[in-house]
Design a binder for this molecule. Structure first.
Ligand SMILES: CC(C)(COP(=O)(O)OP(=O)(O)OC[C@H]1O[C@@H](n2cnc3c(N)ncnc32)[C@H](O)[C@@H]1OP(=O)(O)O)[C@@H](O)C(=O)NCCC(=O)NCCS
Length: 151
């Protein structure tokens, strides 16, 4: 049985291995590791997702599932858990950049957006400025409303 849980500091190397295998950037990962979630199958980390916090906005990044377990629902579960932790920490809107999953994120409720709609602090993040080309698609999703997250 694969469980989804908060990442531990010791998971960092396994997360990096997953990201490299999925051709996703490592740059800025240290900004997201505290809120990362992993899929754990026994002792093995088989999936991950992370959120970089920027006030009430967050950058969903590093969503990856090991190749042999793709298509089993892990990606969806990882994103749902990352969204839940982000909402708990006061994030209301998640943004993401992708060059490889433009047809997948809309299935999880993400809407196409633009770089101009991204808050300035988030647009200055390493993933936006250094890792992803301007051609990467931008998506956004409201995960909590202000009144609810402040209760
Ligand atoms: C994108 C990714 C995380 C999805 O994980 P997953 O565990 O396979 O996803 P799920 O099992 O929840 O969903 C599977 C469904 O999504 C579809 N899907 C998976 N990846 C997709 C993609 N990149 N584009 C479009 N559809 C995709 C599958 O075909 C499957 O469709 P079905 O339900 O109609 O059969 C995984 O494919 C992956 O690690 N890709 C490489 C890294 C990446 O591109 N990450 C996203 C950018 S951060």
């Amino acid at each position: 049985m694969t469980s989804i849980e908060r990442a531990k500091p010791a998971d960092r190397a396994a997360i990096e291995t997953l990201l490299v295998a999925a051709d996703l950037p490592l740059i800025g990962l240290e900004l997201a590791i505290a809120t990362a979630v992993v899929a754990r199958d026994g002792d093995n980390v088989v999936g991950c997702a992370a959120v970089e916090p920027y006030g009430s906005a967050g950058l969903l990044r590093s969503v990856a599932v090991t190749k042999t377990l793709r298509g089993t629902g892990l990606g969806r579960r990882l994103v749902a858990e990352a969204e839940a932790f982000a909402a708990e920490s006061g994030i209301e809107t998640l943004f993401l950049l992708t060059e490889s999953a433009e047809d997948w994120f809309p299935r999880l409720g993400y809407e196409a957006s633009t770089r101009n709609a991204v808050p300035a602090t988030l647009a200055a993040s390493p993933e936006f400025t250094d890792a992803c080309p301007n051609s990467a698609a931008v998506f956004r999703k409201t995960i909590a409303t202000g009144w609810r997250s402040r209760r």
